[in-house]
Design a protein around this ligand. Structure first.
Ligand code: SF4
Length: 335
């Protein structure tokens, strides 16, 4: 019997693993992710390209396509394990209970149909509403994201990039779901449009109470909006804690490196430093701590000992610097 869900959680991910089947064997893109998301919470997921953040999101939403698949773990959402559901049962939950906003609205929206037609299509696939109900709700959600309902008659190419992303968010809100997962929804926009869309998502979340998992490579973007931050590196969660704690005092050297790599609009001017090297090949990850070849404070044991997620204050970090049992003690116990 699986353990019951934490009653305070909306989503509970347990030991989620995603692998890609390749001609030279399986490649672990996401390794053993555990996560509890509260109702109405905003979680930011950050990391460099290829760290597994979007793959994890797709694994949670059950949107993976071969050669990627969930090979272990459970995703509990409102009392159901999404990993074990049939396509039909998943379809019943999508849009109504959780929805997904993709990176590029231009790819997600159909260029040959109007926005109104696409809203209508999504509603008809999940509910038996009258034409009037569909029209009223479509206009309502478009207004919610600050777009004049006259644009229900517009084609995607007639809207600006920011408006297209807003239309995607409006579509995700058609049934007022409890959870919206967002995969870099602002990455194609300029900085001003990005900030304004983020502020709007936050305001909608405040009004409607849905939870958000927001994937981005830009840590600064989520800094003012997320309640908690998950930092991923090489398919693993390397730090998870309140956004304030991670920004004020990052516990993992990789989080610190990410923070030092983007400019702050407050405080003293300082030289930006990147993280030397490149993320590892996941088909052959480094031994011990996966970050050790790039870590500025790596110790000898980092090359062979695999760190776990250790508690650090109210956060957790996958770094041997926070191992409560020092290596010497472990050797004594083992000998
Ligand atoms: Fe750096 Fe070692 Fe911590 Fe890994 S375990 S982040 S190599 S100090």
């Amino acid at each position: 019997m699986p353990e019951p869900m934490d009653p305070g959680a909306l989503l509970e991910v347990r030991g989620l693993r995603v692998e890609y089947a390749t001609s030279s064997g399986s490649v672990s893109a996401v390794a053993d992710v555990d996560l509890k998301l509260a109702k109405g919470e905003f979680l930011g997921v950050v990391g460099e390209s290829g760290c597994g953040k979007s793959t994890m999101l797709f694994g949670i939403a059950q949107l993976l396509n071969p050669p990627a698949s969930v090979t272990a773990g459970e995703v509990w959402f409102k009392g159901e394990n999404l990993v074990a559901l049939t396509a039909k049962s998943l379809n019943a939950l999508r849009w109504r209970d959780f929805s997904v906003v993709m990176q590029s609205a231009m790819n997600a929206l159909n260029p040959v149909h109007t926005i109104g037609y696409q809203f209508r299509d999504a509603i008809k696939a999940h509910a038996k509403w009258s034409d009037t109900q569909i029209r009223v709700r479509s206009a309502e959600v478009l207004q919610l994201v600050g777009i004049d309902p006259v644009h229900l008659k517009s084609y995607p190419h007639q809207l600006s990039g920011g408006m297209r992303q807003r239309a995607m968010i409006a579509m995700a809100l058609l049934f007022t779901p409890d959870l919206i997962v967002m995969d870099e929804p602002t990455s194609a926009l300029d900085v001003v449009a990005q900030r304004s869309l983020m502020a709007q998502i936050k305001e909608l979340q405040r009004q409607l109470g849905f939870a958000v998992i927001f994937v981005t490579h830009d840590m600064s973007l989520v800094s003012h909006f997320s309640d908690r931050l998950m930092v991923m590196y090489a398919g693993q969660v390397v730090e998870l804690g309140s956004t304030r704690a991670v920004f004020d005092d990052p516990a993992h050297p990789y989080s610190k490196g990410l923070l030092d790599a983007f400019p702050s609009i407050r405080g003293e001017k300082k030289r930006l430093t990147g993280i030397p090297g490149a993320p590892p090949n996941l088909a052959k990850p480094p031994s011990g701590c996966r970050f050790h070849p790039r870590c500025p404070v790596a110790m000898d044991r980092c090359r062979q000992d695999e760190p776990e997620l250790y508690p650090v204050g109210m956060a957790q970090a996958r770094c041997l610097l926070h191992d409560p049992a020092p290596a010497a003690v472990k050797v004594e116990v083992e000998s």
